[in-house]
Ligand binder design. Structure first.
Ligand SMILES: *Cc1c(COP(=O)(O)O)cnc(C)c1O
Length: 356
């Protein structure tokens, strides 16, 4: 159990109104969680304080060698008033896998979840209630030692901030257009692709800008060695439904193991839909599209939950997936996952955790 000191703000901000579109990640709540770490001492001074700037030396290691990790999950307000988190233990476990890879200190899983619960509880008035809205939770850790030598930092800060967010697609589920990148790569096996690290995102920006210029909203990455096998969408994992079978790239060391990915596989298994986790080549997808067996493509991630893909562009080949709309399975998964997250469908998997 963490002993969390609480200092409440005496200048609460105005809550965003019901008609605020809640653009992703722009508004932050009244409070934040921080704790410090020192080599030899461990984690100390866990506190919830008013949301505010932090002070760091310009030589702090995070600025120079990017020793940084983050997580992302959501709190939902159920119709009956309960506040629900979705599988926060998975984020705690992933935090520690990421920290191991990045030579950062681990956090006991219970402490991680406790810190989230206490912070969300203090700022619960900020959880929006309109359909499709939620409170996005961003835990992250940075290296703070003032030192320009290349080695793991000796001191760290772990923080959690909260942001009320609107529906990912304001008009409801909406098919996206995806650019399959054949020049740049996001991650390679042996690198940090399976860690949730800011460094993976800076590697992805160039292709993201290129895709946007071409009118595509996201990039689908291929493996860094052969530029042949499909990896993921950078902030989402990817699924294909080919001839009735659901296929998704296996976790190979360069793909981020998504909580939503895991939940989708579980639901499909329960529903008797065959799921294969294996290598998927771009040629296989292109062939399936040509012969009419590519039935659905969708991305999975905390932000959008399920993101149906309407178009895929691979070099000069623009593939429209069926009628370019929302597939039956995509819709069913979206309805069930959001139903469980909002406490409207019985949670037979014990995925939700109540904040109180
Ligand atoms: C966070 C993330 C995902 C999605 O993971 P979820 O746990 O489902 O939100 C997928 N890919 C990358 C690179 C990510 O950072």
């Amino acid at each position: 159990m963490l002993d969390i000191r609480i200092e409440r703000t005496n200048r609460p901000k105005e809550l965003p109104g019901e008609d605020n579109p809640l653009v992703f990640g722009k508004i932050f709540t009244d409070h934040m969680f921080i704790m410090d770490y020192k080599d030899g001492k461990g984690w100390y001074d866990a506190r919830i304080i008013p949301y505010q700037p932090i002070s760091l030396e310009p030589s702090a290691m995070v600025f120079h060698y990017a020793q940084e990790m983050f997580e992302g999950l959501k709190a939902y307000k159920a119709k009956d008033g309960r506040i629900l988190l979705f599988r926060p233990d998975m984020n705690a476990k992933r935090t520690n896998r990421t920290c191991k890879r990045l030579c950062m200190p681990e956090i006991p899983e219970d402490d991680f979840v406790q810190a989230i619960k206490e912070l969300v509880n203090i700022d619960k008035a900020w959880i929006p209630t309109r359909e499709g809205t939620s409170l996005y939770i961003r835990p992250f850790m940075i290296a703070t030692s003032p030192f320009l030598g290349v080695r793991p930092s000796l001191t760290y800060m772990f923080m959690i901030i909260l942001s009320p967010v609107g529906p990912y697609y304001p008009e409801g589920l909406n098919p996206v257009k995806i650019w399959i990148e054949d020049e740049y790569v996001r991650a390679v096996k042996g690198g940090i692709g399976e860690a949730k690290a800011g460094g993976n995102y800076v590697a992805s920006l160039k292709a993201q800008v290129k895709a946007h210029e071409e009118g595509y909203s996201q990039v689908l990455w291929l493996d860094g060695v052969h530029r042949k096998y499909i990896e993921e969408v950078g902030a989402m994992n990817i699924f294909f439904k080919i001839n009735g079978v659901v296929v998704t790239p296996e976790l190979n060391g360069s793909i981020l193991p998504g909580v939503t990915r895991d939940s989708v596989i579980r639901l499909c298994n329960e529903w008797g839909i065959k799921v294969e986790e294996r290598k998927v080549s771009i040629d296989e997808i292109s062939d399936a599209h040509k012969n009419g067996t590519l039935e659905e493509v969708f991305g999975t991630g905390t932000a959008a939950v399920i993101s149906p893909v309407g178009h895929l562009r691979w070099e000069d080949d623009v593939m429209q997936i069926k009628d370019g709309g929302i597939g039956e399975l995509s819709q069913r998964l979206y309805d069930n996952l959001t139903g469980i997250q909002l406490g409207e469908i019985p949670d037979i998997y014990n995925w939700t955790v109540e904040v109180r």
